[in-house]
Design a protein around this ligand. Structure first.
Ligand SMILES: Nc1nc2c(ncn2[C@@H]2O[C@H](COP(=O)(O)OP(=O)(O)OP(=O)(O)O)[C@@H](O)[C@H]2O)c(=O)[nH]1
Ligand SMILES: C[S@@+](CC[C@H](N)C(=O)[O-])C[C@H]1O[C@@H](n2cnc3c(N)ncnc32)[C@H](O)[C@@H]1O
Ligand code: SF4
Ligand code: SF4
Length: 326
């Protein structure tokens, strides 16, 4: 079965946020005081998440990315992933993490059947990293990345949100990382999810990021893989890894969007930047197993064509990234 939306886009990728809790407080993701936490009963249980994932896979989802908050802080995550990885029809189970717990968890995640990891890392300088994350220890994340490599995770992706005046002076250092290491280092435009004053001044267009890298290193364009996310990829000649640019603000990739989301509060939504969605909890109580599948199809049918975040006259909505999962 295939899920096709009103714009003819094939939806085969689910981003599943398993918790709103996080052991970092990145400045671009949450306000300094943090965000109001969900109560445990407001979140889906693993059993419920498993049923939602199963219903999505039965409808045509082939790739699930587990995210959060920080997915690795939820107790029992490894057995849950192990069970999820075995659902027939699921081609790829992948995870996005801040890397803080990978030193201990990389091997168990590999054994559980997680195919790939994307790791967020916004600075290679301890003080800058601590400032952006409001206190996290860079060393632990770097050891976590190493542990992931040792555990056998190939094609690690490193996600860097570029912020002008904060970490843009490290763009070339991150690009150089892709020369030595077989990682795909991805530069992400800062999105106005918090509607914070001055985000526009900090958000750096992908074209400028690319130009800075291309000035120093010749870049070769690469072809995108099937079920790939939103990045455009390049390679520095002779590099072990690759470079990706994700431009949700300056050049949105909505026309090729292939995803739906489930938030930590158990809402399925069609678009990162739209409030439209459905509360899955009552559907999971229903005795009719087809109601959940019908609602998944309805969300896909009504999926918005695109976001309008870069348009000054558009309605401004605050997007709680740690609940939605990015
Ligand atoms: N605007 C927008 N941004 C997205 C979307 N999906 C992911 N992102 C952002 O892209 C960045 C990277 O996301 P990841 O969690 O690594 O997922 P991905 O890029 O889909 O990963 P791959 O499947 O490995 O390509 C994060 O900043 C996300 O918030 C999307 O559908 N719309
Ligand atoms: C919400 S986090 C959840 C997973 C995990 N905690 C992590 O940080 O990788 C998922 C992704 O969203 C990205 N993100 C959060 N807020 C963002 C923003 N305002 N602009 C761009 N990317 C953002 C993060 O950099 C991260 O790569
Ligand atoms: S959810 Fe991810 S991006 Fe948000 S504060 Fe936590 S580590 Fe940072
Ligand atoms: S903003 Fe919405 S439509 Fe555009 S790529 Fe993201 S989820 Fe898809």
């Amino acid at each position: 079965m295939a899920l096709i939306d009103a714009y003819g886009r094939r939806i085969n990728y689910l981003r599943l946020s398993v918790t709103d809790r996080c052991n970092m407080r990145c400045s671009y993701c949450m306000p300094a005081q943090g965000v109001e936490k969900l109560e445990h009963k407001e979140m889906l249980s693993y059993e419920e998440l498993y049923r939602v994932a199963g219903a999505c896979i039965a409808q045509g989802i082939e790739k699930i990315r587990v995210t959060g908050g920080e997915p690795l802080v939820r107790k029992g995550i490894v057995p849950f992933l192990e069970r999820l990885a075995r659902v027939p029809g699921l081609k790829e189970l992948v995870l996005t993490t801040n890397g803080l717990q990978l030193e201990e968890m990389a091997q168990p995640l590999k054994r559980a059947g997680v195919a790939r990891l994307n790791i967020s890392l916004d600075s290679l300088r301890p003080e800058v990293f601590a400032r952006i994350t409001r206190g996290a220890d860079l060393k632990r994340v770097l050891s976590g990345i190493e542990a992931a490599e040792k555990a056998g995770f190939a094609n690690l992706k490193i996600n860097m949100v570029v912020m002008r005046g904060v970490n843009d002076d490290e763009i070339l250092d991150f690009a150089a990382l892709s020369i030595e290491k077989p990682y795909t280092v991805r530069f992400i435009e800062y999105m106005p999810t918090l509607q914070d004053e001055g985000w526009n001044a900090q958000s750096m267009p992908g074209s400028e990021i690319l130009a800075r890298i291309a000035e120093r290193y010749p870049l070769l364009p690469m072809v995108g893989a099937e079920m790939a996310g939103p990045a455009r990829n390049f390679k520095i000649e002779g590099a072990a890894g690759a470079i990706g640019i994700i431009t949700p603000v300056s050049g949105h990739f909505c026309e090729s969007c292939n995803r739906i989301r489930v938030t930590a509060a158990g809402r399925m939504r069609g678009c990162l930047f739209s409030d439209q969605g459905v509360d899955l909890k009552p559907l999971l109580q229903s005795l009719d197993p087809y109601r959940l599948q019908e609602e998944i199809r309805r969300i896909v049918t009504h999926k918005p064509g695109r976001h309008h975040i870069a348009e000054p006259e558009a309605e401004k909505i605050t997007v709680n990234m740690s609940r939605i999962g990015g």
